[in-house]
Design a protein around this ligand. Structure first.
Ligand code: SF4
Length: 314
């Protein structure tokens, strides 16, 4: 089997972490590397665990996304249309199993495969991963958030449009989509896309948080770039939308034109070169921790998975 390598690639989430705190970026993309091996050093092993610690609110969003994805794939394979009780039952199972994984510390043996919740890992601020309980209101609120997002999904007109479209006009729902921008590998994994009867490609991103227009415009434009470069859609046949599931399933449409695409292309190149410029060895993608400063702020540090090791917090 070919040896896996740690390559410098570009994604919205990677670029956004680089911008908010370079030390967290270093821990997430470099410090943890090899931490899954038995003979790895202790710090790499710990960072491998920490990079997978997730705040409950993000976990809830993942469960909503996974439930929707599974439901649409099932519809595609069997013709069984999603129902709210079926979606909520599926999500309840995911919530239960994730909860057990985190409480039983299954993540110790399989950090990247098993749920590890920030609120439990950092529960008492000292005995990492030992906290086993959270206030009932907190766990109920997360469950309610998931259930109401699924309710909104079932009632959004976007779902009607999707189900009215023959499945052979759906684009593959895949998590590993990328395109090349010159020599930059850019990850672009839209939540859903389909072509309507007028041959317009609709690209959809399900959102479970608030709308941040600048961020969402960049994300959707990146997906549009994927469609242009890989699926060969002309720009005037692409429509991009965010659907806000914690806001009743509201659809927010973003305008797309050549200026936006050129701007995003430039933004990706500038951001990639900034990340590349911090490396110790660009050929081998090697980085030196000291070259990635901490950037403490209440907003970024309050849910940062690397609190335990960050020198700015000790
Ligand atoms: S705790 Fe704050 S300063 Fe430290 S790595 Fe995380 S975000 Fe950066």
């Amino acid at each position: 089997m070919a040896e896996i390598t740690n390559d410098l690639t570009w994604s919205i989430s990677r670029a956004s972490l680089f911008q908010s705190c370079q030390r967290a970026y270093y821990y997430k993309y470099y410090g943890y590397w090899g931490g899954w091996k038995a003979d790895a050093d202790d710090k790499a092993k710990l960072l491998h665990i920490l990079r997978n610690v997730k705040p409950m609110i993000l976990w809830a969003g993942t469960i909503v996304h996974d439930t929707i994805k599974d439901a649409l794939l099932k519809y595609m394979a069997t013709g069984t249309a999603p129902t709210l009780p079926a979606l909520q039952e599926h999500a309840t199972l995911l919530l239960r199993s994730g909860w057990l994984e985190t409480i039983n510390k299954e993540w110790v043996a399989r950090p990247s495969k098993k749920t590890n919740l920030f609120e439990l890992y950092y529960g008492d601020g000292e005995n990492y991963g030992e906290c086993k309980k959270l206030p009932r209101e907190q766990t109920d609120a997360i469950k309610e958030r998931v259930m109401s997002a699924l309710d909104a999904f079932m009632h959004t007109p976007v779902l009607k449009d999707i189900l009215a479209t023959p499945c052979n006009q759906w684009q593959p729902v895949d998590e590993n989509l990328f395109f090349m921008l010159d020599d930059i590998k850019v990850w672009a994994c839209p939540d859903f896309a389909y072509t309507d009867s007028d041959s317009i490609l609709h690209i959809i991103d399900w959102k479970t948080g608030k709308e941040h227009p600048a961020q969402l415009r960049l994300q959707l434009a990146c997906y549009a770039l994927y469609a242009i470069k890989t699926l060969h859609f002309p720009i005037d046949r692409i429509a991009i939308h965010g659907v806000f599931l914690n806001d009743g399933g509201r659809r927010s449409d973003y305008q797309i034109d050549q200026t936006l695409i050129d701007g995003v292309t430039n933004q990706i190149k500038v951001s990639f070169n900034a990340m590349k410029g911090k490396l110790q060895d660009t050929e081998k993608n090697l980085a030196d921790e000291e070259n990635f400063p901490c950037n403490p702020s209440e907003y970024t540090c309050s849910t940062c998975p690397f609190l335990r090791v960050c020198p700015a917090i000790q």
